[in-house]
Design a protein around this ligand. Structure first.
Ligand SMILES: [Zn+2]
Length: 65
């Protein structure tokens, strides 16, 4: 008579992988296998990050040969 006691329901749906963010991202540069930190929101590794050229008064400094 006491069949309606609530018990913990078993999770239905089988073994569905939990939704996770990718924790193993690689550099967006093709061929580069440098793994990015999951905390690194950039798409490239340090070596392939967009280069910031040193600028002097707004001009790109060139190496004279
Ligand atoms: Zn890279």
């Amino acid at each position: 008579m006491n069949d309606t006691v609530l018990k913990g329901r078993r999770l239905a749906g089988g073994t569905r992988a939990p939704k996770t963010y990718s924790t193993e991202r690689n550099c967006a540069k093709v061929g580069c296998e440098t793994r990015l930190s999951r905390y690194n929101r950039r798409e490239h590794c340090y070596a392939h990050a967009p280069t910031k050229y040193p600028r002097l008064r707004g001009r790109i400094v060139k190496n004279e040969s």
